[in-house]
Design a protein around this ligand. Structure first.
Ligand SMILES: NC(=O)C1=CN([C@@H]2O[C@H](COP(=O)(O)OP(=O)(O)OC[C@H]3O[C@@H](n4cnc5c(N)ncnc54)[C@H](O)[C@@H]3O)[C@@H](O)[C@H]2O)C=CC1
Ligand SMILES: O=C(O)C1=N[C@H](C(=O)O)C[C@H](O)C1
Length: 268
């Protein structure tokens, strides 16, 4: 039985890649597509994705889009999150959420939804970042206490949130291993007379330039040596393939909030 997938944010960079990826999957089909871009409404989602007409028009009616789906994949923007969560709750539809830069209230709406629906929320759906996160946890355990730890991320010039959700997730993983509170120890960018570096901080540096798809480095700088663990995405297809894998996985799962480790069977 083929899975009916709805995409929210279908007119965006990730939305168009998701439409293409769904078309290539014999076990899934695009049943509905939502977006709010005025110039996108009524356009065929397949034509927008550059793969030819699919007969699925971009709609602003989120409730109708969700009602048609076995699973929703949302890679829109934070302002959509509360409405998407409400529509998924109304239609008991599982959700695969990729949007980053959520404010507290939007994250709370996702957590509340996960009390009733199965939800996968990952800042990065690539397999490589899931692996990098595990390697970073190992490195933090081994050398984190005696290292200065910096997280450097680079993305395309169009990205509107910083640091990236992936960088923040990597920072959370390091902080947890070291028994630190990221909210207290994070330093975002540096300028002016900063004084000597506090060894308990975790630094974040952000690059926004060109068409960089998504690059993350976690640096453990010690005395006489440093370790750098890096992931570089070369195509958005890695995120879309991971998100569609999550969409197949989440159907039938009990209510809860999951991430890519659960989808890949790596959660301990
Ligand atoms: N988790 C992951 O693996 C990845 C996450 N992302 C995240 O996905 C999000 C989208 O990234 P891009 O596609 O590059 O952005 P984009 O700006 O190209 O696309 C976002 C789309 O959402 C639409 N949108 C905005 N508000 C909406 C609403 N209320 N209802 C429906 N559609 C709405 C916009 O019109 C736009 O077409 C960002 O938060 C980004 O950080 C991006 C790549 C990978
Ligand atoms: O906006 C993007 O493009 C990406 N955003 C995600 C993030 O904020 O971590 C994931 C990926 O790096 C691409």
């Amino acid at each position: 039985m083929s899975t009916a997938v709805a995409v929210v944010g279908a007119g965006g960079r990730m939305g168009r890649m998701l439409v293409d990826t769904i078309l290539r999957d014999e076990e899934a089909y695009l049943v509905a597509a939502a977006d709010r871009g005025e110039q996108l409404l009524g356009q065929d989602a397949g034509e927008l994705a550059g793969i030819g007409a699919l007969g699925v028009e971009i709609s602003a009616n989120l409730e109708a889009v969700v009602a048609a789906a076995d699973v929703v994949i949302d890679f829109s923007l934070p302002q959509a999150t509360v409405e998407v969560a409400a529509a998924c709750r109304q239609h008991k539809c599982p959700l695969v959420l990729g949007t980053t830069g959520l404010a507290a209230g939007q994250s709370e709406a996702v957590a509340e939804l996960s009390q009733h629906n199965a939800v996968v929320h990952a800042a990065n759906y690539s397999t490589g970042i899931t692996l990098l996160t595990a390697l970073v946890e190992q490195a933090a355990q081994a050398v984190g206490a005696q290292s200065d730890i910096e997280i450097i991320e680079a993305h395309h010039r169009h990205k509107v949130d910083a640091p990236s959700g992936t960088a923040l997730r990597l920072g959370e993983a390091v902080a947890k291993e070291l028994g630190r509170d990221l909210g207290q120890c994070a330093v975002y960018g540096r300028e002016g007379h900063t004084g000597e570096r506090d060894s308990k901080t975790i630094g974040f540096e952000t690059i926004r330039a060109g068409d960089i798809v998504g690059e993350h480095t976690v640096m453990f700088a010690g005395q006489g040596e440093r370790i750098e663990l890096t992931h570089k995405a070369s195509s958005r297809s890695t995120f879309a393939v991971g998100a569609l894998r999550a969409a197949h996985w989440v159907i039938g799962q009990p209510a809860g909030l999951y991430d890519m480790r659960d989808v890949l069977g790596l959660s301990c």
